[in-house]
Design a protein around this ligand. Sequence first.
Ligand code: PMP
Length: 416
Amino acid sequence: MELSRRVAGLKPSSTVAVMNRAAALKAQGVPVLSFAAGEPDFFTPDKAKIAGVKAILHNNTKYQPTAGDTETRELLARIMTERNGVPGVTKDHVLVTAGVKMALYLTMQALFDVPAPGQEAQELLLPTPAWVSFAPIGELAGAKVVQMPTTTASGFKITPAQLAAAITPLTRALLLNSPSNPCSTMYTPDELAALAEVIAAAAKTTAPGLVVVADELYQHIVFGDVPFRSIGSFTSIAERTITINGSGKSFAMTGWRIGWVSGSGAFGKRFIEGLTKLQGQTITAVPGFTMAATRAALTECDEDLDRMKHAFKRRAVVMYDALAAIPGVKLARPVGAFYVFPDVSAHFGKSTPGGVKIDSAAAFAEQLLGLHHVAVVPGEDFLGEGYKHIRLSFACDEALILEGAKRLAAFIASLK
Ligand code: PMP
């Protein structure tokens, strides 16, 4: 008996795989330092936890309206309008779902058709390196992923000319993730304006149905000089932009599984109606108490947000300085999210003291974990030039960062 081709061909998440491997070693008593997890080490803010518990005690434990409860959808519409500056968003333009992964899954299912035999697949433009699940989620929906390569030197950002050249009549969507996992760089408002101009122009000619999917999950974890701006706030492309966000990363609420999708104008409303049908036939709705906790996070936890943001800002400096001092390690300065994505390919071709050849990021990460007990994510699955890189999360305390960097430096010094 076989599984479907769709599932049989699906790659497991490499970040989850490293996390599991590190946890298994730890359980055996190995002193592993893990920089693999993409989640804050902080606890969910008390006010959010209390709101969740209160909701449970008040019996908010039954099925919820499919697209989310009215209070949460209205709050998110107000935030998208007032804080993110996106025009044309009402509660009917918002759907609450089980985390940003599900938000992306529903979005891709609603955008792409599986091509009929003999038909060409619609294209999903993806600047790479990109978070490991973007391509699989697009491909599950029938998209052909078209990579737009970026490099450390360009801050891992696509240029307007690169975007203009990549758009064809088959292009259905562009997926933007700023601040970026794994690169931790972000587009400036001017750069977003220039991309929006290209999109608006292409929509008038080459690709009338073009949609921008903006994963803005790291919106609040921004600590450089670049101010955050939603690409959906540019009126020329607002209606063709689908914005995705969630409470997991900003409010240390990854396990509460709350994400949301919002659109704008007539298309945005139809899009959310489509997603609501899909959600109704899959997960039904998200729990009411996790929505209550998220509302509290969004309205009462600004101090917690600030505290965590400042910690990430300090850690970004500690991590960058420690890694930039290691010979043959090249990296961009993180300005948002909580990752560094160093290029370690200068060491490919060398061998460990035991004679194991380091010929890839996977081999590098494997030996670093085995010999020095430091867990990092090898970059291959982030696509593009990711195969030269490793990803380290700095969602952990500064002492751990310094110790991890020391072990990484020792590992690199041992390679010959
Ligand atoms: N998008 C990006 C860019 C992410 O980094 C992650 C989590 N690593 C997700 C989506 C998934 O978020 P969630 O846990 O809310 O599903």
